[in-house]
Every structure is written in structure tokens, then in C-alpha cells.
Design a protein around this ligand. Structure first.
Ligand SMILES: Cc1ncc(COP(=O)(O)O)c(C=O)c1O
Length: 157
């Protein structure tokens, strides 16, 4: 894997940010997009845009087929048993809320425990926090020991 070759696929790295090269470390949420993704989104909005699963005119059926074919591609890519296991969401926050409010709401019972880490972003804490209140469950936080090595007083440079 050549990092420079991969980086060239992302047009944003051609930009200077306040005269500096961009270093982007926030990919757990809104990740930067490679050109192939930007081009495909542009093509869809330019030539194919319609809603999915809600209309029967030509563009809507075509968009629905593209969407469902993508679900099948993702199923194959991650080796899921059934394409209906693939659920697209806008991002991590929506996905985690969906899991908490469906699986969590249906299967968790009083006294059950949820295990997350003490390093969790609030998108993976808030949905469980609300379930903790409504279902009387417990949240356990796994310690991230490696972080202790990174405290300033212990850092060696
Ligand atoms: C580390 C981390 N995880 C998850 C999220 C939530 O991601 P999304 O914006 O996809 O809901 C964020 C958003 O800021 C984040 O920084």
C-alpha cells in the first residue's frame, strides 16, 4: 500500500489550508472523499437523481435499482448473510441511535449491561445513556490503558 498514491486520489489534499498542507484526522465521522466518489455523486445528481423506493417513474426505478445493487455489493464485500442486513445511514450517530432504539429497545432488559470504552465519542454514549434511564440498564466503561502512556508528565520526546 503506497500512501502517496492513495492520497493522490483525494482532491482535497491538493488544497492549501492557511498556506499549509492539509492533515485530516477526523475520518471517524465525515471522511474526505476520493475523486471516484465525488465524480459518481456528481454524475448521480446531474443525470440520475431521484428518490429511492417511493416512486414508479423511470428515474426513481433506476435510482432504486442502483441503491439495491449497492446493498448487494456491500453484502458481498463484508460477507453478510443477507442483503437486508445492510442498512445505510447518514453517519455514525444515526447508525448508533438506530441500533440502540431497535435492538436495544427490543432485547435489553432491566439489569443488562452495555460495554463501551471510556474513550467513546458521545455518538456512542448518548443513545445508551437514554436506554439506561428508560430500561434501567447499566453502562460499563472499559479503560483505555494505553492512553495513560500518553499523559504529558510521562511523555518522552
Ligand atoms: C470520533 C467520532 N466518532 C463518531 C462521530 C459521529 O459521526 P457522524 O458525524 O458520522 O455522526 C464523530 C463526530 O464528530 C467523531 O468525531
Amino acid at each position: 500500500m503506497n500512501i502517496d498514491t492513495i492520497k493522490k486520489e483525494f482532491p482535497i489534499f491538493d488544497e492549501k489550508i492557511q498556506n499549509n498542507d492539509l492533515v485530516y484526522l477526523d475520518s471517524a465521522n465525515s471522511s474526505q472523499k476520493p475523486k471516484v466518489v465525488i465524480d459518481r455523486i456528481n454524475e448521480f445528481y446531474t443525470k440520475q437523481f431521484s428518490n429511492v423506493g417511493r416512486s414508479v417513474h423511470y428515474l426513481a426505478v433506476a435510482a432504486t435499482n442502483l441503491y439495491e445493487n449497492t446493498r448487494t455489493s456491500v453484502q458481498r464485500y463484508i460477507n453478510a448473510k443477507d442483503k437486508n442486513e445492510i442498512v445505510f445511514t447518514k453517519g455514525a450517530t444515526e447508525a448508533l441511535n438506530l441500533v440502540a432504539n431497535t435492538l436495544g429497545q427490543n432485547y435489553l432488559q432491566e439489569g443488562d449491561e452495555i460495554l463501551i470504552t471510556e474513550l467513546e465519542h458521545h455518538s456512542n454514549y448518548v443513545p445508551w445513556h437514554f436506554l439506561r434511564k428508560s430500561k434501567n440498564i447499566k453502562i460499563n466503561f472499559a479503560e483505555i490503558k494505553i492512553l495513560r502512556l500518553l499523559t504529558l508528565d510521562q511523555a518522552t520526546v
